[in-house]
Design a protein around this ligand. Structure first.
Ligand SMILES: Nc1ncnc2c1ncn2[C@@H]1O[C@H](COP(=O)(O)OP(=O)(O)OP(=O)(O)O)[C@@H](O)[C@H]1O
Length: 307
């Protein structure tokens, strides 16, 4: 899948701004960005549901904008929230989706049985979707999305509303799909979710600000994140927040994580000098995370934007 200069305006607002992407078959590609950064709009254009204002995309050999009809058999889309019928049972929900995809008779029964086994839903088959737990409903949503064995799967913030344990097992299921050759495009504002992707693009205000494997992106920030410990950390934090060359300061437990701007030669010495007036302060470089990459790419923390 590739896009060139993909752009979408709503009135005078540019929701997606000249975005170039290249996504390799059999990988999980993450679109990471805060609310309103253009993730859903980008996905809807790639699904052929929304026409780009400018630019183009090539999705599984189909050129967009253009006739997206041939794509529909080959792609799956899990929207934000759960889109199955709460007053139908698990079996009825899957049966309904199977009918939409023209699965009939024995083929329909076999595929539904397979999905109930794969997604551990057999015991809930006759339960109303509305009465299931969040984790079970999410498994049902994924089962329904992959029923027709799509080659390309779009997941819009799939685990924003579930607990960490459910999120972990959901991701294991995604990697099982990838092993079978499926390509997955997932949008998220969660750093731990983005870290699991093979490749990510960081989106901010509709623009792509950075792209690469999470590990490579974090390596680029190596040495720029300094951990500060000692007494009176709230005062130290306030002081560092107004120091030139320091991009962000966040308290994590009994330490501060300080991100130093790229143009600064010796980040640790810069932080040490800035806190010299405080007694008993220790500084040491620490391992960067994707939040640091995001701040560096956009100048702002995701949490601040999302809040
Ligand atoms: N149909 C629409 N009409 C007008 N503006 C829209 C429409 N859809 C999206 N927007 C605007 O485009 C921008 C990008 O929205 P989009 O939903 O793509 O972001 P997002 O990153 O998916 O965020 P979220 O996680 O909140 O869905 C936002 O400013 C949004 O208000």
């Amino acid at each position: 899948m590739e896009t060139h200069g993909l752009t979408r305006m709503f009135g005078t607002k540019t929701a997606v701004d000249k975005v170039d992407l290249k996504i390799t078959k059999g990988t999980v590609y993450g679109l990471l960005g805060p609310n309103g950064s253009g993730k859903t709009t980008a996905m809807r254009m790639l699904l052929g549901l929304l026409k780009p204002t400018a630019g183009e995309a090539l999705v599984l050999g189909t050129r967009l904008p253009g006739n997206a009809e041939p794509l529909k058999r080959h792609i799956g889309y899990m929207t934000q929230g759960f889109t199955h019928y709460r007053d139908l049972t698990v079996l009825e929900n899957l049966g309904f989706i199977a009918d939409i995809h023209d699965f009939g008779g024995r083929r329909k029964r076999a595929r539904i049985k397979e999905l109930l086994d794969t997604y551990d839903l057999a015991a809930q088959a006759d339960k109303f979707a509305g009465e299931m737990s969040g984790g079970q409903r999410q498994r049902l949503a994924l089962a329904a999305t992959v029923l027709h064995r799509p080659e390309l799967l779009f997941l819009d913030e799939p685990t924003a509303a579930v607990d960490p344990e459910t999120r972990r097992s959901f991701w294991e299921q995604l990697f099982d799909l990838v092993e079978g050759g499926t390509t997955i495009i997932v949008s998220t504002h969660l750093m731990d979710e983005a870290e699991r992707c093979h490749q990510i693009a960081i989106l901010d205000q509709g623009r792509k600000r950075a792209e690469g494997a999470p590990r490579d992106l974090m390596a680029r920030v190596q040495g720029r994140v300094i951990e500060v410990s000692g007494p009176d950390l709230r005062s130290v934090r306030r002081h560092l927040s107004t120091t030139t060359g320091i991009l962000s300061v966040a308290q994590v437990g009994s330490r501060l994580r300080v991100l130093v701007a790229p143009e600064t030669d010796d980040p640790q010495a810069t932080v040490a000098a800035a806190v010299a007036e405080f007694a008993e302060i220790q500084t040491q470089p620490t391992r960067p995370n994707l939040e640091d990459v995001f701040v560096l790419a956009t100048g702002e923390r995701v949490a601040e934007r999302t809040a």
